[in-house]
Design a protein around this ligand. Structure first.
Ligand SMILES: *Cc1c(COP(=O)(O)O)cnc(C)c1O
Length: 358
């Protein structure tokens, strides 16, 4: 079965994890610090704070930003629920704006002025344009789970040029993997400190009182990444640009070879931007039939995502059914296989199958 996405694991990755297993640290230790520094340098941010998942990274960011009860925080209706659940975790109210029909990113211009916060999602790896968002939203947190390696004219996604914090996920289908894992980048010293405390029980060391002394200042969590995972992440980071280049090459070939009468192609990155191509999302009519016929041919596609406001948990959101562009897109979207390890032969098989069943 050719899946819509999958991890790419090398012998170096395996060796890096095994080396940690033979050492002294298994949980958060020196390998986590190395991984954090690698990601911070790659994206051009002052700080990177590793978390146990993209979801816990988003929770940490929402907490560190001081979002809470009484705050209204906007996100995209076309995203994984973690983008919205992090708002719920801190007791704030989830709100949505509709998406752009071309980019499928949320419409920043629809966010009302003096908004408390925004979780800005870079859908499929195409960066959302964040220019001007800060003037209307007190807190801006990027959900860049799809977008490590993507670029804007203001630099790499993650440099927080237009945001307070940027969150990444290292789930196996994401741009790099640590199995489970996440990261928050920021240029704010105080936010970095709050993130570190939150991921480890709310704990602050107090050596001035006694060498063993610590204080739990708030009810934090155990959201730590392990050194095993961080070693895998650091090894994967040596290939991030190769991964993104390969994803772009696969996307270029789909654009050239898919029958345009049958498949509406996703928006390309504008000049000066680089798409991360976490997903290659085409739009089709008769999606269910195509999905099933492709499965028969050994090709597993997926739908990203069942919109946020369609889920039971979203009964807490006002304005239900008022995201018509998202609802119309949802009827047609289909994520077709794209991942760095996909061979040219496998892509040929996918293209032939798509043009046949479409
Ligand atoms: C994958 C993903 C997350 C959550 O990441 P996990 O590491 O799986 O917890 C959050 N937001 C988006 C948009 C994602 O795709």
């Amino acid at each position: 079965m050719i899946n819509y996405g999958r991890q790419s694991i090398s012998q170096d990755d395996i060796d890096a994890v095994v080396a940690v297993l033979r050492g002294d640290w298994l949980t958060q230790g020196p390998s986590v610090e190395v991984f954090e520094r690698l990601v911070a340098e790659y994206v051009g941010a002052q700080h990177a704070v590793a978390f146990s998942s993209g979801t816990s990274a988003l929770h940490g960011a929402a907490h560190a930003a001081g979002l809470g009860p009484g705050d209204i925080v906007y996100t995209s209706p076309l995203t994984f629920m973690a983008s919205a659940n992090c708002i719920r975790y801190v007791g704030a109210q989830v709100a949505l704006v509709d998406i752009d029909d071309e980019t499928l990113n949320m419409r920043g211009d629809l966010i009302p002025p003096r908004t408390d916060g925004t979780i800005a999602v870079h859908y499929a790896g195409l960066p959302m344009d964040l220019n001007g968002l800060r003037s209307r939203s007190r807190v801006v947190i990027e959900d860049a789970a799809h977008a490590l390696g993507a670029m804007t004219p203001d630099g790499p996604v993650g440099n927080c040029a237009h945001s307070d914090m940027c969150c990444f996920s290292f789930h196996p289908v994401k741009p790099i993997t640590t199995a489970e894992g996440g990261m928050v980048t920021t240029n704010d010293d105080d936010l970095a400190e709050r993130l570190r405390r939150f991921r480890s029980h709310g704990m602050v060391k107090r050596p001035e009182i006694a060498p063993w002394h610590y204080d739990i200042e708030e009810p934090g969590y155990n959201y730590r990444l392990t050194d095993l995972q961080a070693a895998l992440g650091s090894s994967q980071m040596t290939r991030i640009d190769d991964f993104i280049t390969r994803r772009n090459a696969i996307a270029d070939r789909y654009r050239a070879d898919l029958n345009p009468a049958k498949y509406r192609l996703p928006a390309a990155a504008p000049m000066g931007w680089r798409h991360g191509y976490h997903l290659f999302v085409v739009r089709v009519s008769e999606r269910l039939r195509i999905y099933e016929e492709l499965r028969q041919l050994g090709i597993a596609t997926q739908v990203h995502y069942v919109p946020v406001h369609h889920h039971t948990v979203s009964n807490d959101i006002d304005d239900r059914n008022r995201f018509p562009v998202c609802d119309a897109a949802y009827e047609q979207i289909l994520s077709i296989p794209i991942y760095p390890g996909m061979s040219d032969e496998d892509q040929s098989k996918v293209i032939t199958a798509l043009n046949k069943v479409g």
